[in-house]
Design a protein around this ligand. Structure first.
Ligand code: CMP
Length: 138
């Protein structure tokens, strides 16, 4: 089992000024930051990142939304990182997320759900590699 996961703080959360509060909750929950980037995706980059969802009805909306403003991308480290981070962020739809989770506190809807968290060790590696070179992580 890997001890790393990948996250993005999405455009809805960065535009509402939640970046600091979300990073603070992540760090206080025991994750350490191994790479961090403030960037804005192009449609082509967002489309590639979410290519696994390309057949879904919401794909176009998802790509457009992910390019609508800046994001934070980060690689996080903690024992059992993928599963612990998914617990910390809560259900994809904030309406179903548990109290205290990041999505319950900061997300608006299933589309604008504040944060992304990798769903497996394999995808954590792929997603981290998408954003960060070897020089940008430690
Ligand atoms: P994320 O964890 O980043 O992975 C895929 C994203 O697709 C998900 O968060 C949501 O932002 C988005 N998504 C999933 N289901 C829907 C939906 N039914 N309508 C719109 N967006 C969705």
């Amino acid at each position: 089992m890997s001890n790393r996961t990948f996250t993005m703080i999405k455009p809805d959360a960065t535009s509402k000024g939640y970046t600091g509060a979300i990073l603070d909750q992540i760090i206080k929950s025991g994750f350490s930051i191994k790479a961090l980037k403030w960037t804005k995706l192009t449609p082509s980059q967002a489309g590639e990142f979410y290519a696994v969802h390309s057949e879904r009805a919401f794909y176009g909306e998802l790509v457009e939304y992910m390019c609508s403003g800046p994001i934070i991308a980060a690689i996080l480290e903690k024992e059992n990182a993928v599963s612990d981070f998914r617990k910390l962020i809560g259900a994809t739809n904030p309406a179903n997320a548990e109290e205290g989770t990041i999505r319950k506190k900061f997300a608006t809807s299933i589309a604008e759900n504040a944060v992304h968290g990798s769903d497996s060790d394999e995808n954590a590696t792929i997603e981290g590699d998408f954003f960060f070179s070897k020089l940008e992580r430690f």
